[in-house]
Design a binder for this molecule. Structure first.
Ligand code: PLP
Length: 385
């Protein structure tokens, strides 16, 4: 029986040619294609700067460092995300905490955030940064989160790893209208891919410069940034402790080529999502993903909810039929590493009831209508069993 994965990249002949051209060129890393890819993503998003790195995990780390997250600081995010959205704060020596999700969008809840801010202000424990995650591609309520950031004085990093090509109130996610920095992932299951890769976008020249320096060891070649005059034409200066988080030319060439098809990928995903929507409309026992009117989603994931009592069984039935259903995500604080930090079950009840019911159905541009029929019949069989 054929295997149907939950996500899969689409690579065109043009993508392959673009990568081959780089392989025949003078530069495999730190050449002219990385800045072209950065500019293409920045132009698409309507934002001033793009900083390409080797993963979204690295982009999150550098974004936290650009916002000067360090020991003694607290960062808040949603528990329904990949661990990278919260690990980035721990890399900086900061503490992390979680805000429960909205029961309809499954994104960080603005009501819970508001309550938690009121309590944190009384205790003198306000967060330095809040990291909303645009789960499945559906943008968070950024206008409301931004208004709270003005009131309580925190920074915002949007984790848009699922959401390049999404729009919020008609503007591209990544415009940073309501945030300091937005990060994207180009892992093969995401909307566009570079194999591994990520990018931060921002309207701040200061943050962009800092992230550029930190992705390459904290080294500068700009005389203006140096603390002493250059010793000679060979000179470079390390002015802070950075990393090697650079993106290669090979990755950037693939990403730049993939950008041409971004809108096509998104509309193909939307067609697949509406087919699922239509087929499930008459099965209220299976809860379809709800979309806010402000949202135009890139549809990275299509998450349905089934009754908790049948959850395991449905999963097993579908996997037996070689359908690569998945679960996005295990509440981060239930991971053993986080339990050791003091978190325990019951902390975010809405997130935990979501976790007990959620299933990600296959969705990717080349998924066939006939494969969707197979997925749906296995799902309905599982629920009926
Ligand atoms: C995929 C993902 C990441 C990490 O992306 P990488 O590019 O694999 O490092 C971070 N956050 C979310 C929400 C993701 O889905």
């Amino acid at each position: 029986m054929e295997h149907i994965p939950y996500g899969r990249q689409s690579i065109s002949a043009a993508d392959i040619n673009a990568v081959c051209d780089v392989l025949k060129s003078d530069f495999l890393t730190q050449g002219p294609v990385v800045p072209r890819f950065e500019q293409a993503v920045a132009d698409y998003c309507g934002v001033a700067h793009g900083v390409a790195v080797n993963s979204s995990t690295s982009a999150l780390h550098l974004a936290c460092l650009a916002l000067e997250v360090g020991p003694g600081d607290i960062v808040w995010t949603t528990p329904i995300t990949f661990v990278a959205s919260s690990n980035c704060a721990l890399y900086c020596g900061a503490e992390v905490d979680f805000v429960d999700i909205d029961p309809q969008t499954y994104n960080l809840s603005v009501e819970r955030l508001t309550e938690k801010l009121v309590a944190a202000e009384q205790q003198g424990k306000l967060p330095k940064v809040v990291i909303p995650v645009h789960l499945c591609g559906q943008p968070c309520d950024m206008a409301a989160i931004h208004a709270l950031s003005q009131q309580y004085g925190f920074h915002i990093i949007e984790d848009a790893s699922h959401a390049i090509g999404s729009r919020y109130q008609g503007k591209p996610v990544g415009s940073c209208q309501f945030s300091d920095i937005t990060v994207f992932s180009f892992h093969p299951v995401k909307i566009i891919t570079t194999g591994e890769g990520g990018m931060s976008v921002t309207n701040s020249a200061v943050y962009a410069e800092k992230m550029r320096r930190l992705r390459s060891h904290g080294i500068t070649r700009e005389v203006g940034e140096m603390t002493e005059p250059p010793h000679g034409p060979w000179y470079y200066q390390q002015i802070e402790l950075g990393f090697n988080y650079r993106m290669t030319e090979i990755q950037a060439a693939l990403g730049l080529s993939q950008m041409h098809l971004l809108d096509t990928f998104v509309s193909e995903r939307q067609i697949i999502a509406s087919r699922y929507d239509e087929a499930l409309a008459t099965f209220p026992i299976i809860k379809r993903p709800w979309q806010h009117a402000d949202s135009f989603s890139a549809r990275h994931l299509y998450v349905v909810r089934v009754p908790a009592a049948q959850h395991n069984l449905v999963f097993a039935r579908m996997r037996e039929r070689h359908i690569g259903v998945n679960l996005h995500y295990i509440p981060v604080y239930l991971q053993p590493y986080y339990k050791d930090l003091g978190f325990s079950s019951g902390y975010c009840p809405i997130a935990e009831s979501y976790y007990a019911e959620a299933i990600s159905l296959p969705i990717f541009p080349t998924l066939l209508e006939s494969q969707q029929v197979t997925v749906l019949s296995a799902l309905m069989e599982g629920v009926a069993a």
